[in-house]
Design a protein around this ligand. Structure first.
Ligand code: FES
Length: 141
């Protein structure tokens, strides 16, 4: 079986799909090679992610990765969400095929982009090294 049960479950029944109106931070990233796009919306109160939703126009692994990533950061302090790595997402999904690892990278990048957006909107100072320029974005192609 190419995909784990966890991947199939999150692909077939993705959690936290949708849009948050008046989100406090929105992150959109894309991969120019495959053309997939992921958007993550955050609601933030007192430095805690109280709600998160995503829209992913992409492959099944990207959908499963974003679903898992949203579950992993919901209710967590921002600082903790920023430590989320694509590797952790892959582990939580019980693995992804090698050629699908980039799909989980999108999830990590989308979370970071949404937090960065929140910081930028509120004029909050942050360590720039936490947000390396995404290698692929929707406007770099
Ligand atoms: Fe590109 Fe999955 S194939 S995100």
């Amino acid at each position: 079986m190419l995909y784990s049960e966890k991947v199939m479950d999150h692909f077939m029944h993705p959690r936290n799909v949708g849009v948050i109106e008046n989100a406090d931070g929105v992150g959109e990233v894309g991969n120019v090679k495959c053309g997939d796009i992921m958007k993550i919306y955050l609601k933030i109160e007192n430095d805690v992610i109280t709600d998160v939703k995503f829209n992913t126009f992409g492959c099944g692994s990207a959908i499963a990765s974003s679903s898992m990533a949203t579950e992993m950061i919901k209710g967590k302090p921002i600082a903790e969400a920023l430590t989320l790595t694509n590797k952790a997402v892959v582990e939580a999904l019980e693995g992804l095929p090698a050629h699908k690892l980039h799909c989980s990278v999108l999830a990590e990048e989308a979370v970071k982009a949404a937090v960065k957006d929140y910081y930028d909107r509120n004029g909050i100072d942050y360590d720039k090294s936490l947000f390396p320029d995404a290698p692929c974005c929707t406007h770099c192609g």
